[in-house]
Design a protein around this ligand. Structure first.
Ligand SMILES: Nc1ncnc2c1ncn2[C@@H]1O[C@H](COP(=O)(O)OP(=O)(O)OP(=O)(O)O)[C@@H](O)[C@H]1O
Ligand SMILES: [Mg+2]
Length: 299
């Protein structure tokens, strides 16, 4: 980032409206509790310690982002939270009960497009609810509501291959929410989208989150995305992935794209950037070799 003066993040975190909001967040019930979580892939000398002693809580209606360098274990973490991967150590509790596998209390949206290609938008969204005891009438009416929520009513009878990337991810969000989960787990859901679509999807997701009482755990490697979306950002270190810091984002709500240049936003971004890439690393590293050693003073 440039050398322009940006105040310290603490100055913004101490603003009364931010203090009040964070206090209210901490007072809400804990939906997800992660205790001493660790994960090792494989055994013996070739094993990989992906996560080490992770401890954190996510509160009801919180929007938490997880950020960290590539390979720090973000996807491993979210797969464990989803129950798709077993932890090697520690535990994850949802509403005080340990998770033992995937469950309807958690909805998942991945970066890759994971819609059922043989089903229409409507039937993709209705897929989960149809597995329950609900009547077909209630399933259909609820699918209509979710399609409206993500702005895809006009595309109800389209198949995934007829949709753009952003539209596919909207269906994926609606499909996850249609199962009425307590927590929405998202692993870089907008990572494959172009910048404009991505910005629209971020804004759209925040609007959904304002309307639907849901807790979100959102993985990203994008600083802007994390600062724009999150109440708190969990920053992970790599090799093994450990919690470096949990940051209370001092950007006021409701969020809007105008805030991307606000001092609070820039201070948050600078703070995380310095955590992930400590300032001394900028000048560190080997010097590039000279291309010619002698007789090269041609300028
Ligand atoms: N199934 C697996 N078997 C062995 N090692 C694995 C497996 N899955 C992940 N790992 C290793 O665990 C570490 C964390 O991987 P993970 O995919 O969770 O990182 P990430 O933070 O999501 O990375 P990225 O930002 O590139 O998506 C990496 O060193 C990776 O090689
Ligand atoms: Mg990943």
């Amino acid at each position: 980032m440039s050398d322009t003066y940006i105040p310290d993040i603490k100055e913004f975190q101490q603003e009364p409206r931010i203090v009040t909001r964070m206090q209210a967040l901490r007072e809400r019930p804990v939906v997800m509790q992660v205790n001493a979580l660790g994960k090792t892939f494989g055994q013996g000398p070739g094993s990989v310690r992906a996560l080490e002693d992770l401890n954190f809580q996510v509160h009801r209606r919180e929007f938490m982002c997880v950020i960290g360098p590539s390979g720090c274990g973000k996807s491993t973490l979210i797969r464990i939270l989803a129950g798709l991967e077993d932890a090697s150590d520690g535990s994850v509790l949802i509403d005080n009960a340990p998770i033992t596998g995937p469950g309807p209390d958690r909805g998942m949206v991945f970066q890759g497009y994971t819609l059922f290609p043989w089903l229409t938008v409507r039937d993709n969204i209705a897929f989960g609810p149809r597995m329950t005891e609900r009547s077909e009438r209630s399933v259909r009416s609820e699918s209509e509501q979710w399609m409206e929520m993500v702005g895809l009513e006009r595309f109800a009878d389209h198949y995934p291959h007829q949709l753009s990337g952003g539209m596919k991810q909207r269906v994926a969000i609606a499909r996850a929410l249609a199962n009425r989960p307590r927590i929405l787990l998202m692993d870089e859901p907008f990572g494959a989208l172009d910048a404009q679509t991505r910005a629209r999807m971020q804004h759209h997701l925040l609007q959904i989150w304002e309307q639907v009482p849901i807790t979100v755990c959102f993985i990203t490697h994008d600083l802007d995305e994390a600062c724009y979306l999150a109440d708190r950002i969990l920053v992970l270190d790599a090799h093994p992935g450990r919690v470096r810091e949990i940051i209370e984002v001092p950007v006021p709500h409701p969020r809007s794209p105008d805030q991307f240049l606000s001092p609070a936003f820039l201070a948050t971004k600078r703070h995380i950037n310095d955590l992930i890439h400590p300032p001394q690393q900028h000048s560190a590293g080997p010097k590039p070799p000279r291309l010619a050693a002698v007789g090269d003073d041609v300028f």
